[in-house]
Design a protein around this ligand. Sequence first.
Ligand code: ATP
Length: 277
Amino acid sequence: MTTLPHSYKDPLLTLQDVSMSFGSEVILRDLNVQVLDVIRPGMNQGQVVGIYGRSGIGKSVLCRLLAGLANPSTGTVRVGEAQQPVQPGAVGYVQQRYPLFNHLTLRDNLLLAAHRKHAPAEAQARTTDYLARFGLTAHARKYPAHLSGGQRQRAAIAQQLLCSDHLILLDEPFSGLDVAMIDEVKKIIVEVTTMDELNTVLIVSHDIATTTALADRLWLLAPERDPSTGQLLPGATISPRHQYNLAQLGLAWHPDVEAEPEFAQFVEGIKNEIRGS
Ligand SMILES: Nc1ncnc2c1ncn2[C@@H]1O[C@H](COP(=O)(O)OP(=O)(O)OP(=O)(O)O)[C@@H](O)[C@H]1O
């Protein structure tokens, strides 16, 4: 498929020598990965990173490090244009059950998030703006229990964008959704990444095809062997061969990429890597 014109600017997320152990158990080892601000001529293009790995490999542990909710045993996670060490709240973390406060209306849920980062008048204005951008204005007075799954997902993403700095981490955003809802969530992700070129969405998912179709970059978390002894090293890492640049491979930003044979072939290759890891 065609590689669409693009270039890269400053780093927006950097993991440098990140390792994580619990007691003597190494979970993550020597993670060195980076997301750069991608530039597409004439477009506001944010970044989408798919993060894969088999069950129990350490994806949730990695999410907590990326969100600043835990400190790595070694190394640093730096975020934003200023590349500051991540603090809790800098990365919006949308966990699987779209946590919204049930006793607050949708508008008040968003307002609460906006107040964490903005002065009251600004928080009000941003909340109104985000309700409109996310197609939620008509539902602003409803309580979360009265929203559909898709509306709650939209609300949770809007909420996290209102109080974080452009980085959003979605943990299994497609699990348990029907096909129509999956399309809806895909649409939201595309909207978020074209709202602002600094917006970066990290998607942790077992749904390889759906996530790959949205992403311009993939990271596969897997164990590695010591090159000299062939022995399996403790913990999982994201080796250079498991850092895929879909933009360079010509697989990024094509709306109908899932229908292409090259895409199906690529996804099968990723699945085989996961099976063999
Ligand atoms: N606080 C902790 N203390 C000790 N071990 C932990 C802790 N948190 C996670 N682990 C261990 O880290 C490993 C990775 O767990 P994690 O939940 O990150 O896997 P995962 O890749 O998200 O799995 P899944 O896809 O099944 O959700 C597991 O062996 C788990 O037991």
